[in-house]
Design a protein around this ligand. Structure first.
Ligand code: GLU
Length: 495
């Protein structure tokens, strides 16, 4: 396969949504698979939309996901600089080439006049096309245009509208008529290029042979084709990525649909492996039932031809499920010690005074229930602090509500006496399991009753791991003191 030289070309406008990132993943995979190149280029020529710090956020996000770039900011490369705002002269030179060949013109028509044209055309019910209003300067000779041009005067493309057809690797064979081709602006009043022009110049200079971007650029492609032709440069493969759809309806996913930024998902305890896996499989599959892919597997299996051509629906539940799978996979493969550092930001405040070894023991018995790392906050609090006793929660439990408070209290008494026989040194899973089983026989209760009573009494949490594991981690002193406290509370309640 030919080496794919491709790029991710974000505009630093702030929030990085799921869709932005997916536009980085597909080209990354294609480049890596072919031992090609993945270039990061920052498209910051629209100064009105520029957000300070956004580029750092983009780079941090790519690095977090493991999408290292081969050329670009902070790394450099033969095509530096990689910020379009620093490449102004390059675009101006290329625009001058078009002035020289008669395929562009200088245009200082005011925006008020352009608005007038638009209004008149609208009133006449004809589509507004700038080429129907070319200024006199469009007829200047190339020499005069070049001589007269100075920064502050926009340069426009002199379009050559005709039927055009092209192939899109995702959308198939496409064609468009002359009515969608116009005299687009190449260089703006501020001397900087438009996206429409800059990306073609850069893609050419950077030898990009595959352009993967959102499907919203499809309607402008006929204008781009005209530019490739006028500049006499090779066009890349076009890969149009369908929208990511909101969970409901047929609209594009937006912030309003509850889609968080990548940074927010990260802060919520989504693992980069899971995010990469989820987004790569959003609108792409390899034709098998496999759902969990490592980055290397994705690189191996990816193919542009299997990107689906319709929108892919965003499903947060699936993302959370996948994240849970990844937590299990990593812990099972790497072990608790290696995984533990990833959890550091996610423990409840109550865990602050506890050492890492204790937290690791908690993690080891709870990790297979986590969907996100931030679940640790709610799911483990009782390992670090005594829970608030809630007698109602105990007495209304579906297994316990048949028993009177006096029965519960006496059951707890028996439990306490029996657990007290275990010494500090032999307080471990195995002894606990045996003791709890003998207790079941001695009390003649169902596991659901006896174990729910103990489980709730030590945790007052909706969920806890297997009882022998939970008690073993909590330790003898804590277990017994919590059981005694609940027993006293029941006694008080009954008086
Ligand atoms: N700067 C464009 C954007 O952020 C990139 C489009 C492209 O990849 O060419 O949407």
């Amino acid at each position: 396969m030919d080496k794919i030289i491709t790029r991710f070309a974000p505009s630093p406008t702030g929030y990085i949504h799921i869709g932005n990132v997916r536009s980085a993943i597909f080209p990354y995979l294609a480049a890596k698979q072919s031992s090609g190149k993945f270039i990061l280029r920052i498209e910051d020529t629209d100064r009105s939309r520029f957000v300070d710090g956004a580029t750092d956020l983009i780079m941090e996000t790519l690095r977090w996901l493991g999408l290292e770039w081969d050329e670009g900011p902070e790394i450099g490369g033969p095509n530096a600089p990689y910020f379009q705002s620093e490449r102004k002269e390059i675009y101006q030179d290329w625009a001058k080439k078009l002035l020289k060949s008669g395929r562009a013109y200088i245009d200082d028509t005011s925006s008020e006049t352009i608005d007038e044209y638009r209004k008149t055309d609208n009133a006449k019910k004809i589509p507004f096309l700038y080429r129907n209003h070319r200024p006199a300067s469009a007829d200047l000779s190339p020499e005069e245009s070049l001589k007269l041009w100075k920064e502050g005067t926009p340069i426009r493309f002199k379009s050559d509208p005709k039927p055009r057809s092209w192939k899109d690797e995702v959308m198939g064979d496409l064609s468009a008529g002359p009515e969608v081709q116009d005299d687009i602006i190449l260089i703006k009043k501020d001397g900087l290029p438009t996206y429409n022009f800059a990306h073609i110049v850069d893609d050419t200079l950077m030898n990009i042979n595959m352009v993967a971007r959102g499907v919203e650029y499809l309607s402008s492609t006929p204008n781009y084709l005209a530019l490739y032709e006028a500049l006499d440069v090779k066009k890349p493969l076009f890969v149009s990525l369908p929208h990511i759809l909101a969970p409901q309806g047929n609209k594009k996913l937006s912030k309003r649909d509850g889609a968080k930024s990548v940074t927010e998902y990260r802060a919520d305890g989504i693992l980069p492996e899971a995010m990469l896996n989820y987004l790569a499989c959003l609108g792409w599959n390899d034709g098998t039932e496999q759902e969990i892919y490592t980055k290397d597997e994705l690189i191996e299996r990816f193919s542009v031809s299997r990107i689906q051509n319709s929108g892919a629906r965003f499903d947060e539940t699936k993302l959370l499920w996948m994240n849970g799978q990844w937590i299990r996979k990593l812990v099972d493969e790497e072990g608790i010690d290696k995984f533990f550092p990833r959890t550091l930001d996610f423990w409840p405040d109550s865990a602050k005074s506890y050492d890492d070894d204790y937290k690791k023991r908690v993690l080891a018995i709870i990790y297979d229930r986590l969907k996100t790392l931030s679940d640790l906050r709610e799911m483990t609090d009782y390992f670090f602090t005594d829970p608030k006793i809630n007698v109602d929660l105990l007495t209304s439990n579906r297994f316990l509500k048949k028993l009177s408070e006096a029965e519960l209290e006496s059951l707890l008494e028996t439990t306490i006496s029996s657990l007290e026989t275990i010494s500090e040194d032999s307080w471990n899973e195995e002894t606990l399991k045996n003791t709890l089983n003998s207790l079941l026989e001695a009390t003649n209760k169902k596991p659901a009753e006896l174990f729910s009573l103990i489980r709730i009494s030590v945790s007052f949490a909706p969920f806890s791991p297997a009882l022998d594991l939970t008690l073993s981690v909590l330790g003898r002193t804590t277990t017994l003191s919590r059981l005694r406290a609940v027993k006293s509370a029941l006694l008080l309640d009954g008086e």
